[in-house]
Design a protein around this ligand. Sequence first.
Ligand SMILES: [Fe+2]
Length: 193
Amino acid sequence: MKYLLRFLSIFFLLASCGSSKTTNVKLEADYTIAFGSCNREDEDQPLWEPILANDPDLFLWGGDNVYADTDDPEVLEKAYQQQLSNPNYLKLLNSVPVFGTWDDHDYGQNDGGKNWHLKETSQQLFLDFMNVPENSPRRSREGVYHSELLETEQGSIKVIILDTRYFRDTLQKSNEPGKRYEPSEGSILGEQQ
Ligand SMILES: [Fe+2]
């Protein structure tokens, strides 16, 4: 597990918002937001103890939340179940809101993009893992991007969480030894996102 900030996937906009669309998340004046990503569900996860010790108000998954790398939905579901049985992760989950996005290894395919054939099933399993209600609009739209509005005493924070897998055009493989891909034109976020 690495403590990585995935700036491409998660943006914060500090704003004074007049919107009526808010979550139930209210942050203290002196709030702490914790991040995590690149998490092997089948290995020790020493990160939760220091995260819990820092008493965060919110936790954001930056992707590769499990390493399933599979086109078998059962294997992917089992990986999520294994993560959900980690006692320290459960402690966090039961104490603060948890939002986030996926990356390739929980999407199901290393470096996968828009042509991943399991993406629709994978999306539903991801939303199950994130405890998104069955009647949420996120269940019926493509991709796992979303935003959350958090209230603080100083104003609102809009957390915009991007999906850089579901819509991403195919990467161009490189013939150069040691180089995996060439820069190429295309979309990462897709039209609607
Ligand atoms: Fe990744």
